[in-house]
Design a binder for this molecule. Structure first.
Ligand SMILES: [Zn+2]
Ligand SMILES: [Zn+2]
Length: 261
């Protein structure tokens, strides 16, 4: 029972991180592939920063830099530049650079945020970016002292999972896997990253159709993040921009056609 509780807490924290980033920050704020209900958008902008420690505005600007300069020396996180193992430090270094650039209102960064109707989060404006981390550490310690250390660790590491999630997507999604589209970058469709991080591993599909709420092209490319978008739409909390959805593959590429031929 206790082990099941620890597993459930880890999973819930891990999923909250994924959903905040892939649905809220990425598909919602950065690409507007999903229009978030104003109340949900507010929760994502304010709550997302407390949950993940990542500033939504800085995340969006860094991500737009990634799309504009994919796998060139100006990409803020490309395994082509720093190798798979170098991605963790690279994304952290450039995230910090973007925060500072936005705080100083440098045009090099603000030009990627013109459509964003919200400022840097108050946590960053007041140089208290570390508070979400302190909060999660305090909750983890509280659970550890009060109930059990495994539960405290499950909470803390689940909440701190987003740099690992981002690192897997940014490294594997641009280094290991097949390609459906001949894009100018080194983007790949990595199924492991897509399973672990709700469709985000399908970077090649995503770079070809960045405005699509779904990152899946072929039938066997499972995108659970898009499933979450559909669920939110059913709940009246989001609207999928269907005009921009990735098209289905032509028949000769479809699984049925391959089976029949
Ligand atoms: Zn990418
Ligand atoms: Zn993107």
């Amino acid at each position: 029972m206790y082990l099941a509780l620890c597993g459930a807490v880890f999973l819930a924290a891990y999923l909250l991180n994924i959903l905040t980033i892939t649905v809220g920050y990425h598909r919602g704020l950065a690409h507007k592939a999903v229009r978030l209900h104003p109340a949900l958008k507010r929760v994502v902008i304010v709550g997302g920063n407390w949950l993940t420690g990542l500033d939504p505005k800085a995340w969006v600007v860094m991500h737009r830099l990634h799309h504009e300069h994919s796998d060139t020396p100006l990409d803020p996180h490309s395994p082509v530049n720093v190798g798979i193992l170098g991605i963790g430090m690279e994304q952290l270094r450039n995230y910090k650079r973007v925060i500072i650039g936005l705080a100083r209102e440098e045009p090099e960064y603000t030009r990627y945020a013109k459509d964003l109707d919200f400022p840097l989060n108050a946590l960053n404006r007041t140089k208290r970016w570390y508070l979400p981390y302190l909060l999660h550490a305090a909750v983890g310690l509280g659970l550890g002292f009060g109930i059990g250390w495994l539960l405290g660790a499950a909470y803390f590491f689940g909440m701190m999972s987003h740099p690992v999630q981002g690192g897997l997507v940014n490294s594997l999604g641009h280094a290991v896997g097949g390609r459906n589209f001949d894009t100018d970058d080194n983007s790949r469709n990595n199924h492991l990253a897509a399973w672990l991080i709700f469709g985000e591993g399908f970077q090649n599909n995503h770079h070809r159709y960045p405005g699509s709420a779904s990152f899946s092209y072929r039938r066997h490319e499972i995108d659970m993040g898009y499933g979450a978008c559909v669920l939110l739409e059913k709940l009246g909390l989001a609207t999928i921009q269907r005009d921009y959805l990735i098209p289905r593959p032509p028949r000769e590429h479809s699984v049925e056609a391959q089976v029949q031929s």
